[in-house]
Design a binder for this molecule. Structure first.
Ligand code: BGC
Length: 718
């Protein structure tokens, strides 16, 4: 893919000193004002290959200054005109789910199961950020996680490898486009490679144990998809796996990533990872840490100056050969060439219509929201009296979610503002925050409504990096608020603004309807109104299990069967689980309701229920279809989901694995025929050695509305 740059890179490398080369591998943060002159000096000496456009770690949690385009252009000019090799720098920023226009947190976007919409979102995101000198973004975050206590679950695709793979492709294509050198495009970065989402207890940065079987079948598929989509970079993860830091692991960074995934771009470390090898206890020396990391396949050093301060010496004293440095530099230069930085290193901002992006953000947000419950109270009518209560009715910042570096809370409408606009003067909103001095007033407001909308949830500050929580619920004062409102006897609609799934037992039962609105970005509240008033029929589905209790974690749908008792799926047989509670999900993976009613027919068994392994390998597929009728009162989208189970294989296979899905728009009164094809790549699994294998035998295929569907047929691989 990058071959065309080889000759130019050879010529450049021949001219570069060892010092110049190592400079290309150094990525410090943006300097603080008092550091600028020193920083410019480093650039002049060719010691900076890239800038992390942030003033410290956890850019998603701390406010970052706005981007000063002139400042970055000036730094770039110094690199191009005054440094020894004249190589432009590549500027990277955490543009995770939006720039000035903030889209829903990635977990919410995954809930849309509409990956064309996700791709479109990232086209907008890239346009806004690239227009402010961002060449490279540290997204998509592809860490599969089964632990919603982990604060960073908000940034990822949830618990399913196929959803992760779809997210990977959509984000990479949206950011990079067909030609990443285009001024509106950014290089993407698949992170955190790998296993970071498996941190024990959801405690950020903690250790992980991941067998190679789990690695290949659960954690790697999204990263494989990113490689297939041509992602330019990967970021190595902070964590250890089975006692080895990823940062110094040749197995993960080279054998798997390059050998098996065929990745040709470059790997950047996560923030300070190289130096952290010392804290992780595999060396006590920064020089040795640098050699270990670069030998393992880690090309660029983020933040900690380990490479620039040590690698020259490490080569000179024979610890590593210069060829190791050359390999890393070659990879970095390729990407800079692919991004077109040698032709056009400067940013020339252009005007674009941000209203289009806001409209897309609203559409993305409305499609991400999940209707968890509805006893007929939704949609609301605009001429109703609505009691609007709860700590989120005047909230702005939390709606944007964590990892919002450039979005502006003050530009984000509150729910009260959006609702007032949405009822168009026809109805009346009786609003009170509720959790304040004014409890009695709150209940009067509730009383005045024909229905009460409770805006509840969690602060953005409880989510994101280094923000694990031990209990995934809402605060006690919110619980006592909705219990008291319930006592008024009014119909209650809960709108939950959360970054993660919450434990629903003791909460959901109180409500007549629940809309899970996530932290859905700049247009969260407009989108909530679109859904509440029925302008958009909800179509989001859960990309993660919503447990009853936090103590049931980990609880995920794609689990292998237990042998005793047999086939206890997803906690359904309490005898095999806890004596004190039922660990079935409160809402399972893939779950979500609509305002309309979809009726599934039986699966139309495929014309060819038997295919030989050889034919399958040669490209033949099983074709399955199902009729889905819209028997309700609304035109709406339905997510038709296909799962498989391989009941007899050499390795134990999950009881359900999502293998395909189709989000289909069906008009009321109409029936859609939804067709699926299953081929070689869908029906096998990876061995612990990383070999893909498809075994002959029977496969159960389930098609339905979520992972618990029992609608099943069988196909046979002969
Ligand atoms: C995070 C990364 C992020 C990097 C740069 C790290 O702390 O783990 O996801 O891209 O900081 O801000």
């Amino acid at each position: 893919m990058y071959k065309k740059f080889d000759a130019k890179i050879d010529a450049l490398l021949a001219k570069m000193s060892l010092h110049d080369k190592i400079g290309q591998l150094n990525q410090p943060c943006t300097p603080l004002p008092h550091q600028v002159e020193q920083f410019k000096e480093w650039i002049r000496k060719g010691e900076i290959g890239s800038i992390l456009m942030a003033v410290g770690a956890t850019a998603g949690n701390d406010p970052q200054g706005a981007i000063d385009v002139d400042f970055y252009n000036e730094l770039q000019r110094i690199a191009v005109e005054e440094s020894p090799a004249g190589i432009p720098m590549i500027f990277g920023r955490d543009v995770i789910h939006g720039h000035r226009t903030v889209f829903p947190i990635p977990l919410a976007m995954a809930a849309s199961f509409d990956f064309d919409l996700v791709e479109q979102s990232y086209v907008d995101v890239a346009r806004e950020a690239a227009n402010e000198t961002v060449h490279w973004t540290f997204t998509p975050m592809l860490d599969l996680s089964r632990d919603p206590r982990w604060g960073r679950i908000i940034e990822g695709p949830g618990e399913d490898p196929l959803v992760g793979a779809c997210m990977a492709k959509a984000v990479v294509k949206g950011c990079q486009g067909e030609d990443v050198s285009h001024k509106d495009r950014m290089v993407a970065c698949a992170k955190h490679y790998i296993g970071y989402g498996a941190a024990e207890g959801g405690r950020d940065y903690h250790r992980t144990e991941i067998s190679n079987y789990s690695l290949y079948n659960y954690y790697l598929p999204a990263f494989r998809a990113a490689a297939e989509a041509g992602v330019g970079t990967y970021m190595s993860s902070f964590n250890e796996i089975n006692g080895q830091p990823v940062t110094s692991s040749k197995f993960y960074l080279t054998d798997v990533l390059r050998g098996q995934l065929g990745f040709e771009g470059f790997v950047v470390s996560d923030y300070g990872c190289v130096e952290q090898l010392i804290k992780q206890g595999v060396t006590d020396d920064r020089g040795e840490a640098s050699s270990m990391a670069i030998e393992a396949g880690l090309d660029m050093d983020m933040y900690d100056f380990c490479y620039i301060e040590n690698l020259e010496e490490q080569v000179k004293n024979g610890r590593i050969p210069e060829s190791v440095i050359d390999t890393a530099v070659r990879r970095v230069l390729r990407l800079k060439m692919a991004k077109g930085l040698f032709e056009d290193p400067y940013c020339k901002p252009e005007k674009f219509d941000r209203n289009v992006h806001l409209a897309h953000a609203r559409e993305m947000a409305a499609n991400s929201m999940v209707l968890l419950k509805n006893d007929g109270v939704l949609p609301l009518k605009k001429d109703m009296n609505i009691g609007l209560i709860g700590p989120f009715i005047n909230e702005r910042r939390s709606l944007l979610g964590s990892w919002t570096v450039d979005g502006k809370a003050e530009e984000t409408p509150t729910l009260l503002e959006a609702m007032t606009e949405a009822v168009e003067g026809k109805g009346k909103i009786h609003a009170n925050v509720g959790i304040s001095l004014d409890k009695d007033f709150t209940f009067r407001m509730a009383d005045r409504g024909d229905v009460v909308v409770l805006a509840l949830g969690e602060s953005w500050a409880r989510t994101g990096e280094n923000k694990a929580v031990s209990d995934i619920t809402i605060t006690e004062d919110q619980k006592s608020l909705f219990k008291k409102v319930k006592a008024t006897g009014k119909k209650m609609v809960g709108v939950f603004f959360c970054g993660r799934p919450i434990a629903m037992e003791g909460i959901a039962e109180y409500f007549d309807a629940i809309l899970y609105a996530w932290h859905s970005g700049s247009e969260t509240t407009h989108a909530v109104c679109d859904v509440l008033f029925g302008d958009v029929v909800p179509s989001g589905r859960l990309p993660v299990t919503m447990p009853r209790l936090a103590t049931h974690i980990p609880l995920y749908y794609n689990v292998t069967p237990s042998g005793r008792p047999c086939n206890c799926y997803y906690g359904e047989n309490p005898g095999n689980c806890y004596v004190d509670s039922y660990p079935t999900p409160y809402y399972p993976f893939g779950y979500g309701l609509s305002y309309t009613k979809f009726v599934y027919n039986d699966i139309i068994n495929c014309a060819n229920p038997e295919v030989s392994l050889a034919d399958l390998e040669a490209g033949k597929t099983f074709k399955l279809s199902i009729e889905v009728a819209n028997a309700g009162d609304y035109d709406a989208k339905e997510l038709v989901q296909l799962y498989i189970h391989d009941p007899v294989a050499k390795m134990m296979r999950p009881m359900r694995e999502l293998k395909a899905f189709e989000k289909t728009f069906i008009k009321k009164g109409e029936t859609a025929l939804v067709e699926f094809e299953l081929g070689y790549k869908d029906l096998g699994y990876y061995t612990a050695e990383g070999d893909y294998t498809v075994e002959p035998g029977k496969i159960e295929v389930f098609i339905g509305e979520n992972c618990l569907t029992e609608r099943m047929t069988e196909i046979v691989i002969k």
